[in-house]
Design a protein around this ligand. Structure first.
Ligand code: ATP
Ligand code: MG
Ligand code: MG
Length: 320
């Protein structure tokens, strides 16, 4: 009788308590009703201990991003196409909204010392945790991307920035055409199957826009990490500034955030996340698949399947 992970997972889905069990780390008591619920919940857990349901404890580990994987949490605005319409964002890039997103992310970086690097554009932000982070016992939902090495992280960042480049170039063409009087369907038809170079030409020929001169904030997205900066903390009695070095969240724009020249020049990045040993050309399709699909083992991860007999002891004693 082989007790595979799949079988255990199926049984657990039928267990009413499982959902509560997963959220136990963040259970909040803020009313009498909630207190009662919490007491019931604890009682259920006590009942489950030493019972046939004790195995569900092991599911806590299923959410853990194992060392030495690097954790990346990507947050993306929900239904932001509509949100940006309702709030009348400037298209394709509303600078005020982008700056607001950047300020919020800087506050997150300042708040959580374990976050070493962040990259964002449009309505998304990726937060990269330091290699050794124990944040939230390294437990996370399946939305978290775990990168098996600095090389995989490099591919992840290149992938997000390519998405930024491609989306922004398309959106710039799209909105210029729409603003010039074309309908949405006409615009989609014009842009269908066009390559990067053709879009650049369209912008230049029709609208006199040299894509490369558009703001870096729009074309490249924003990187955020802590840098030592000199700050004036006070003035002495003679009015001279007294300066101190402080680690402060700073924004940097770069054409290639996954390039060695960008990454390996920042001690705060390579110390906590590792060096990028070579520049990457084409991103490994397997890596991209692993970033997109949930519950998949990542490339560079050794796959070991252990098969363990279930109730083997009783089987032996019966002479099987
Ligand atoms: P989902 O909920 O699946 O993420 P979504 O509507 O949020 O759907 P995305 O693929 O995340 O879709 O794209 C984000 C949308 O929000 C795009 O349409 C983009 O144009 C718009 N958007 C986000 N930020 C800005 C901004 N600063 N200025 C203008 N538009 C923006
Ligand atoms: Mg979104
Ligand atoms: Mg998005």
């Amino acid at each position: 009788m082989i007790n595979s992970v799949g079988v255990v997972r199926k049984e657990a889905e039928n267990c009413n308590c499982l959902q509560v069990f997963f959220v136990s780390g963040s259970f909040k008591v803020d009313s009498v009703e909630a207190k009662k619920k919490e007491e019931n919940f604890r009682e259920t857990l006590r009942d489950m201990a030493n019972s046939k349901y004790e195995y569900v404890k092991s599911f806590e580990l299923e959410d853990e991003v194992m060392l030495p994987n690097l954790m990346v949490v990507r947050i993306d605005g929900r239904d932001f196409s509509r949100f940006s319409q309702v709030h009348e964002f400037e298209k394709p890039n509303d600078e005020t909204a982008l700056n607001l997103m950047n300020s919020c992310s800087a506050a997150v970086l300042e708040e959580f010392p374990d976050i070493i690097f962040a990259y964002g554009y449009s309505d998304e932000y990726s937060f990269v945790f330091k290699k050794t982070s124990r944040f939230y016992q390294r437990r996370a939902s399946s939305k978290v991307v775990s990168c098996a090495s600095a090389e995989v992280l490099q591919a992840y960042l290149a992938w997000r920035q390519q998405d930024c480049h491609a989306n922004n170039q398309y959106d710039t063409c799209f909105w210029m055409l729409v603003k010039s009087g074309k309908s949405v369907s006409e615009t989609q038809e014009i842009l269908k199957d066009t390559q990067k170079q053709q879009k650049n030409e369209l912008l230049f020929q029709k609208f006199g826009i040299n894509y490369k001169t558009l703001p870096e904030l729009f074309r490249q997205g924003s990187c955020l990490f802590k840098k030592k900066v000199e700050e004036t903390v006070k003035h002495d009695e003679n009015g001279n500034p007294v300066k101190r070095l402080r680690r402060k969240a700073v924004f940097v724009h770069s054409e290639n955030i996954a390039g060695r020249s960008f990454w390996n020049e920042q001690p705060s990045l390579y110390n906590d996340l590792g060096h990028f040993t070579k520049d990457i050309g084409k991103i490994e399709p397997d890596f991209i698949r692993s970033f997109q699909f949930e519950n998949k083992l990542l490339p560079l991860t050794w796959v070991v399947v252990r098969i363990d007999g279930c109730h083997f002891h009783s089987g032996c004693s019966r002479g099987v």
